[in-house]
Ligand binder design. Structure first.
Ligand SMILES: Cc1ncc(COP(=O)(O)O)c(C=O)c1O
Length: 368
C-alpha cells in the first residue's frame, strides 16, 4: 500500500516531546493512571489482578457496555473497539471502500479522513468548510457533489481544525440526504461531549439510522490519548462485520489494561469532562483577551466545542511565523499548511493547563 506521509502526525513526532509549550494540541489535559484508579473504591486492587491474556476482539463486554451508554439506540454488541480512532478510520475505509467508489469529505480535515480513501484509489471530493460562513458547510454543494458511485460522506464535528460545531438542522439534513441516496455517513465525533453548552450537543449519527457510523475515542474530551482506545458504533451489521474481520489483520484485540481503565474512566466521565471544560473555559478567557488585543494581527472565531481553533495570521507567512516562534520562544503552533490550507491559518490548542504561560511567551514574542 502506498500512502503519503501524515503531515500533522510527522510534525508532532518531531516536536511534541521536545518543546516546552505545545500550544496546538487537540486533546485535553491528561490524567495519570493513579487519578483514574482513584475514581472508584477497589479499582486499584482490581487493576492489579486484571488478566493480561488476549481480550475479546470486538472489545471487552464491560467496555462495549459502557461505550453504548454514550448513545441512545446502540446496543453493546454494536460497538467495535479499536486501538485509537485512527485504527478505526483505517479499517472502516479498507472494509467499506473500493477503488471504483467516490467519497465526499468535510475539508480541511484530519488527513487520514481523505488520505486513506485516496490510497485505496477512490475519487475524493473535498467539501469545503467556509471561513466567511463561520466554517459551516453548504448543503447545496453536498447535493451537487453526489455522484452515482458516491459510497461515503465523511463529516467531522466538533471539527478539527476549525473547532466548528454543526447546528442540529444541517446535521440532520446531511443524515437525511445520505439515507435517501443510499450513502454511508461516517461521522467523526471524537470531540463529542466537549460542547461548552450541553444543549448544543448533536445527536450521534449512529443513533439516526442504519446507514451511519459514529467514531469515538478516549483521547480528546476525556484527555486519555495514551490509552489508545477508540471505537465505531453502528447499527449496520454488514459494516460492523466487515470492519471486525479486517481488525484480525491489524491489532486483533485491544490492550487489556487500557480497556479496564477506559471502562472505569467512562463510568466517571462527567468528572473528567467537568475538569477539562473548566480548563477550556479559563483558557478561552485568556485567548479572547489576547485576540482582542491583537485583532490587527489575527482573526479569531471562538469555537462552541473542543479545545482547538483555526486562526488566520493577517500579515506575514504563517509557516515562517510558527518556525520563528518555536525557535525563539519554545512555543509550538501548527501551521495550516499541514492541512494543505492556503489561507495563512494556524491551529491553536487550548485544552492544556499551561496555556496562560504559553500565551505570555507568544505575546512577548510579538512585542520583541
Ligand atoms: C478528527 C480526528 N479524528 C481522529 C483522530 C485520531 O484520534 P486518535 O489519535 O486518538 O486515534 C484525531 C486525532 O487528532 C482527530 O482529530
Amino acid at each position: 500500500m502506498k500512502i503519503p506521509a501524515f503531515k500533522l502526525e510527522r510534525y508532532f513526532a518531531r516536536y511534541e516531546f521536545n518543546v516546552k509549550y505545545v500550544l496546538c494540541a487537540s486533546d485535553c489535559e491528561s490524567f495519570s493512571i493513579q487519578d483514574i484508579l482513584a475514581l472508584e473504591p477497589g479499582a486499584l486492587d482490581k487493576f492489579h489482578r486484571h488478566w493480561l491474556g488476549y481480550t475479546e476482539s470486538q472489545g471487552s463486554p464491560s467496555l462495549q457496555r459502557q461505550i453504548s451508554t454514550l448513545y441512545k439506540n446502540i446496543e453493546p454488541a454494536q460497538v467495535l473497539v479499536h486501538t485509537g480512532a485512527e485504527e478505526a478510520i483505517f479499517l472502516f475505509m479498507h472494509a467499506v471502500l473500493d477503488a471504483a467508489d467516490h467519497v465526499i469529505v468535510h475539508w480541511p480535515c484530519y488527513q487520514s479522513l481523505f488520505e486513506v480513501a485516496r490510497s485505496i484509489g477512490c475519487q475524493v471530493t473535498l467539501w469545503n468548510a467556509r471561513e466567511e460562513n463561520g466554517w459551516s458547510l453548504d448543503l447545496d454543494e453536498l447535493q451537487q457533489n453526489i455522484r452515482p458511485n458516491t459510497k461515503t460522506v465523511i463529516v467531522n464535528t466538533p471539527h478539527n481544525p476549525t473547532g466548528y460545531l454543526m447546528p442540529p438542522e444541517p446535521f440532520q439534513e446531511i443524515t437525511r440526504i445520505c439515507r435517501d441516496k443510499g450513502i454511508i455517513l461516517f461521522s467523526d465525533e471524537v470531540y463529542r461531549e466537549s460542547e461548552y453548552r450541553q444543549e448544543d450537543r448533536l445527536p450521534a449519527a449512529c443513533d439516526l439510522g442504519e446507514h451511519t457510523v459514529s467514531l469515538g475515542v478516549m483521547s480528546k474530551t476525556y484527555g486519555l490519548a495514551g490509552l489508545r482506545i477508540g471505537w465505531i458504533a453502528t447499527r449496520n451489521a454488514d459494516i460492523y462485520q466487515r470492519v471486525a474481520a479486517l481488525k484480525d489483520y491489524t491489532t486483533i484485540c485491544n490492550s487489556a489494561p487500557s480497556e479496564f481503565l477506559a471502562a472505569l474512566a467512562l463510568r466517571h466521565r462527567q468528572k473528567l469532562v467537568e475538569r477539562n471544560l473548566g480548563i477550556i473555559a479559563d483558557n478561552l478567557a485568556v485567548l479572547d483577551a489576547f485576540f482582542a488585543r491583537h485583532a490587527d494581527r489575527f482573526t479569531w472565531q471562538r469555537p462552541k466545542a473542543g479545545a482547538i481553533g483555526f486562526s488566520r495570521l493577517l500579515g506575514g507567512d504563517v509557516v515562517n511565523f510558527c518556525e520563528t516562534l518555536l525557535e525563539s520562544a519554545g512555543v509550538l503552533l501548527l501551521p495550516g499548511t499541514l492541512y494543505d490550507d492556503s489561507g495563512n491559518h494556524f491551529r491553536i490548542g487550548f485544552g492544556r493547563k499551561n496555556l496562560p504561560e504559553a500565551m505570555a511567551k507568544l505575546e512577548k514574542f510579538l512585542g520583541d
